[in-house]
Design a protein around this ligand. Structure first.
Ligand SMILES: N[C@@H](CCC(=O)N[C@@H](CS)C(=O)NCC(=O)O)C(=O)O
Length: 213
């Protein structure tokens, strides 16, 4: 039985929606999904439907949750295993998730998410390369033996970085072997794969020129 709703944008483009959707699914929250295709014409619909005019937005069992990091914390209340059990690892996971939420603007602007295209070589400004280097450092400091950031299970930090992985794949970013293996594991995760398949099925009418050319 649905206990609320999750508003998302296009699977193909909406990186924040991917994070929220993964977290809700990993927590097993029963909600109805509503997709509002992103376009200039969607601004009013988004403003009417959400507190910030942005997706993802979750309503669940009387709670209203916006901002992806808040959705991560709410999801972890229902599935505490989304954060590492170890206190020190958990502090690290929360820190890198917050760093992702607040930062990496150069990467996000120069390499917008498009799950259905391949743009190898594009977007490598010095600022983007610095973001990539920082992300590789973060990933190497988790102490995990893989395949995910904090061990065998795909957790909240993996959800926060899944759209980064998607960008690295779309833009053919050259990575160290451990980072490349991590990206392959994230891409192969059943929920990530389900989202990619949904993206591939979206109608041509939802394509946005600015992300396709
Ligand atoms: N800080 C927000 C960012 C959410 C965000 O920027 N969402 C984008 C889609 S990825 C959006 O709703 N954009 C509205 C639009 O394109 O009209 C979060 O963490 O959820």
């Amino acid at each position: 039985m649905s206990m609320g709703r999750l508003l998302i944008g296009n699977r193909r483009y909406s990186s924040w929606s991917l994070r929220g959707w993964l977290l809700v699914r990993l927590a097993g929250l029963e909600v109805t999904e509503t997709l509002i295709p992103l376009s200039e014409g969607a601004t009013q619909a988004l403003a009417d439907a959400t507190p910030t005019g942005l997706v993802p937005y979750l309503e669940h069992d009387g709670a209203r949750i916006w901002e992806s990091l808040s959705i991560a914390e709410y999801a972890a209340e229902h599935n505490p295993a989304l954060w590492p059990a170890d206190r020190v690892a958990r502090a690290h996971a929360r820190s890198i998730s917050a760093e992702m939420h607040a930062g990496f603007r150069a990467l996000r602007q120069a390499m917008p998410m498009n799950l259905c295209r391949s743009f190898p070589g594009r977007g490598r400004t010095p600022e983007v390369l610095a973001d990539i280097a920082r992300i590789e450092t973060i990933w190497s400091e988790t102490g995990s033996e893989g395949p995910f950031l904090y061990g065998a299970n795909f957790g909240a930090a993996d959800a926060m970085f899944a759209p980064v992985v998607a960008r690295f794949l779309t833009y053919g970013v050259e990575l160290s072997e451990p980072a490349a293996s991590y990206c392959a594991a994230v891409r192969a995760h059943p929920l990530v794969d389900e989202w990619y398949r949904g993206a591939a099925e979206e109608p041509a009418a939802w394509l946005l020129e600015k992300y396709e050319t």
